[in-house]
Ligand binder design. Structure first.
Ligand SMILES: C[S@@+](CC[C@H](N)C(=O)[O-])C[C@H]1O[C@@H](n2cnc3c(N)ncnc32)[C@H](O)[C@@H]1O
Length: 253
């Protein structure tokens, strides 16, 4: 069981050795983007204050998260959930709040937000862990009913390889869900890559271009689509803007 392994520092359990090769640049960029929030702000997410520069985006995330939480609510047995790339933990906490009988593990490699998550969200059925997934032994094998990647798949280079790896963490009839992440038609990937590289360069963090990946719609062909964003015109007719991203599910047999 994961609670039996690794050391604990500032509330975070370390399942693999700490490496900061990615997180220093990532946090500095997110700070510049206004995405690193104080503890009070994090506690209220996905509701963002008027002053939050990403308020509109959080409005959309409110909708995608509430759709997902409704789905979780409909599962009529206690389940274990792994939230990969949990960041400041707001979504892990929201999932843990659905039922105290569920168990949620938020996993990330950025220590400052993991520590914030443990400070802000304290629940008996919620843990935050630091782990490089690719360095785990068998600690997570067959442990989870459901794995979520919420706005994090774009930081993993090899989506197919990742799916193969994390499928091992699932119990029989387990599910992997991906939400709030962009997927592109193959013909659009090159242009999207160039836009990202230019964006990171303009922001002063060109090295982040080495950590952000663009996945094709083809790469999720084995997933079932649970939410498809409305076309531009239809979404213009709706007062509240909804997520522009697919929500997809992969189920093991
Ligand atoms: C955009 S944030 C999303 C945070 C949160 N899931 C949310 O929905 O707001 C992406 C997160 O993925 C994490 N991440 C990137 N690469 C990772 C990796 N190899 N293993 C675990 N987490 C990773 C980042 O540190 C970051 O916290």
């Amino acid at each position: 069981m994961i609670e039996d392994i690794g050391s604990i520092a500032n509330g975070v359990s370390y399942l693999t050795p700490r490496m900061d090769f990615f997180s220093n640049a990532y946090i500095a960029l997110r700070q510049k983007e206004g995405r690193i929030l104080n503890d009070d702000e994090v506690a209220k997410l996905p509701i963002a204050s008027q002053a939050n520069p990403n308020k509109k985006e959080w409005g959309m995330r409110e909708q995608s998260s509430s759709r997902f939480l409704k789905y979780l609510n409909g599962i009529d047995k206690p389940i274990t959930i792994l939230d990969i790339g949990c960041g400041n933990g707001w979504f892990s906490n929201a999932m843990a709040s659905v039922s105290s009988k569920n168990r949620v593990v938020g996993l990330d490699i950025n220590v400052s937000e993991l520590e914030q998550a443990t400070r802000v969200f304290k629940k008996d059925n919620l843990d935050f862990v630091y782990a490089n997934l690719f360095e785990l032994n068998d600690e997570f094998d067959s442990q989870f009913d459901l794995i979520v990647l919420n706005a994090s798949i774009q930081y993993f280079k090899d989506l197919i390889g990742l799916m193969k790896l994390i499928s091992r963490f699932l119990k029989p009839q387990g599910e992997i869900h991906i939400l709030d992440s962009p997927f592109y038609p193959a013909s659009d990937i090159e242009a999207a890559k160039n836009r990202s590289l230019q964006y990171y360069k303009n922001m002063g963090f060109p090295e982040m271009g080495d950590h952000y990946y663009h996945h094709s719609i083809e790469s999720i062909k084995d997933f079932e689509i649970l939410y498809r964003p409305k076309r531009k015109l239809a979404s213009l007719l709706h007062r509240r803007k909804d997520s522009p991203f697919l929500w997809v599910r992969y189920q093991t047999s």
